[in-house]
Write a protein that binds this ligand. Structure first.
Ligand code: FAD
Length: 354
C-alpha cells in the first residue's frame, strides 16, 4: 500500500491492495448542537465516535452573539462560547473531531461509507446525520457583516434584544407573519416588508397581522441593502426598492429579521434517505431514518421547533439509540438488521432540488 492508502507499487514492481479504512462504530455528520451532543453521548458510551464538522463549525447558533434561552446559563453566553463548550465536553470524553466536509455517502453497502472534501474515506456501522438547516438569505450588501448584530433569522432567539426598538421583518409567509406577531411583544413597532401585494401566510395569521396596531406593512418592496450608517457595527437602516414603481427609499430600523425561507442541508442524501416534500429527513421517535443504522437528529429532521435545546435533546436521543443499535447488532436482534445485509434502495418520498 502507499501512503495514501491507494493501490500502488511498493517499489519492487509488486502492486499492493489499497488499505481498507478502519470500521468506525459511529460517524456523526455535523458540528451543531445536535451533532456535538451526539458526540458527547456516544463518547461517554465508549463508542469512540468520529465527528465531521462541516464548514459551519458549531452550526447555526455559532453566528449569534447572545444565547439567553439555553438552560443552565442564566447570565447568557455567546453562540460561539456555547458550542465551544459543547465541543470541549464531547472531546473530553474521547469524541474525535475532523474539520472536513462530507461530500458523498454510500448507504447501499454495509458498513456504510462516508467520503469527504479532503478525500478521506470512512466506514462505519452507524451514522448520525446532524447536518441541520440553513436560513435562506436576502443576499444583499450588509447582510453577512451584520448577522448577529441586528440581522437575525430567529425571532424567538433574538427578539428580546429589541425591546422598545423599531424592527423590520422581511417575508410574507407563515414564518414571517408568526415572527412579526411574536416580535410585537418586544419591539415598539414592526414593519413587515414583502415583495408582493399580498401575504402567503395562512388567513388566520394574516388577520392577526392586519389587525395588530404595532404592525405596519410595506407591499411590493424588496430590501436592497442593510446599513450600518454610523459605523458602530449595528443595523441603523435598510434601503428599499418598490418593485412596481422602482422608487428607492430608506427606512430607519434597529433590527432586520429575515424569514424568506429555510432549507434543510439534505441534498447529500437525496435518493438515499427518505425525506419529506421539503427535504427534511423523515425519522421515527427513535430518530431512525428508513435506513437501518442511519439516524438523524436536530434541524435536519425537525422543521417545527428549531432550537438549541430541542436539537440537543434529539442528538442525545439519537446517540442513545445508536448505542442500543450497536449492542443489538452484535446479537443480530436489532429491528431491521436483516435489511443490512442487502439494504433496499431508500424509499424517497419526494425528490426536490435545494
Ligand atoms: C442567527 C441565529 C440565532 C439563533 N439563536 C438561537 C438561540 O438564541 N437559541 C436557540 O435555542 N436557538 C437559536 N437558533 C437556532 C439554533 O441555532 C438551531 O436550532 C440549532 O443550531 C440546530 O442545531 P443542529 O445541530 O440541528 O444544526 P445546525 O446548527 O444547523 O448545524 C448543522 C451542522 O452540520 C454541518 N454540516 C452541514 N452539511 C454538512 C456536510 N455535508 N458535511 C459535514 N457537516 C455538515 C454544518 O457545518 C453544521 O456544523 C439560532 C439560529 C440562528 C440562525
Amino acid at each position: 500500500m502507499n501512503e495514501n492508502g491507494t493501490n500502488g507499487s511498493n517499489g519492487h514492481g509488486v502492486i499492493e491492495p489499497a488499505a481498507e479504512p478502519a470500521i468506525e462504530n459511529v460517524i456523526i455528520i455535523g458540528s451543531g448542537p445536535s451533532g456535538l451532543t451526539a458526540g458527547l453521548y456516544t463518547a461517554r458510551a465508549n463508542l469512540n465516535p468520529l465527528l465531521i464538522t462541516g464548514n459551519e463549525i458549531g452550526g447555526q447558533v455559532a453566528i449569534t452573539y447572545e444565547v439567553e434561552n439555553y438552560p443552565g446559563f442564566p447570565e447568557s453566553l455567546s453562540g460561539p462560547e456555547l458550542v465551544e463548550k459543547m465541543q470541549k465536553q464531547a472531546e473530553k470524553f474521547g469524541c474525535r473531531v475532523e474539520y472536513d466536509y462530507v461530500d458523498r455517502v454510500d448507504f447501499e453497502q454495509f458498513p456504510y461509507t462516508v467520503h469527504t472534501a479532503n478525500e478521506m474515506e470512512y466506514k462505519a456501522k452507524a451514522i448520525i446525520i446532524s447536518t441541520g438547516a440553513s436560513s435562506r438569505k436576502l443576499d444583499v450588501p450588509g447582510e453577512n457583516e451584520l448577522t448577529g448584530r441586528g440581522v437575525s433569522y430567529c425571532a424567538t432567539c433574538d427578539g428580546f434584544f429589541f425591546r422598545g426598538r423599531e424592527v423590520v421583518v422581511v417575508g410574507g409567509g407563515d414564518s414571517a407573519a408568526e415572527e412579526a406577531i411574536f416580535l410585537t411583544r418586544f419591539a415598539s413597532k414592526v414593519t413587515l416588508i414583502h415583495r408582493r401585494d399580498s401575504l402567503r401566510a395562512s388567513p388566520i395569521l394574516q388577520k392577526r397581522v392586519f389587525e395588530h396596531d404595532k404592525i405596519n406593512i410595506i407591499w411590493d418592496t424588496v430590501v436592497t441593502s442593510i446599513n450600518d450608517d454610523d459605523g458602530k457595527g449595528g443595523v441603523t437602516s435598510v434601503s428599499l426598492r418598490n418593485v412596481k414603481t422602482g422608487l428607492a427609499s430608506t427606512l430607519l430600523t434597529g433590527g432586520v429579521f429575515v424569514f424568506v425561507g429555510h432549507f434543510p442541508n439534505s441534498h447529500l442524501f437525496e435518493g438515499k434517505v427518505a425525506m419529506d416534500e421539503e427535504g427534511y429527513l423523515v425519522t421515527d421517535k427513535l430518530m431512525r431514518t428508513n435506513i437501518p443504522g442511519v439516524f438523524a437528529a436536530g434541524e435536519i429532521q425537525d422543521k417545527r421547533f428549531k432550537q438549541v435545546a430541542t436539537s440537543v435533546g434529539q442528538g442525545c436521543a439519537a446517540a442513545m439509540e445508536v448505542e442500543k443499535y450497536l449492542a443489538d447488532l452484535e446479537d443480530r436482534s436489532y429491528p431491521g438488521y436483516a435489511a443490512l445485509k442487502a439494504p433496499a434502495a431508500a424509499t424517497v418520498t419526494a425528490s426536490k432540488k435545494f
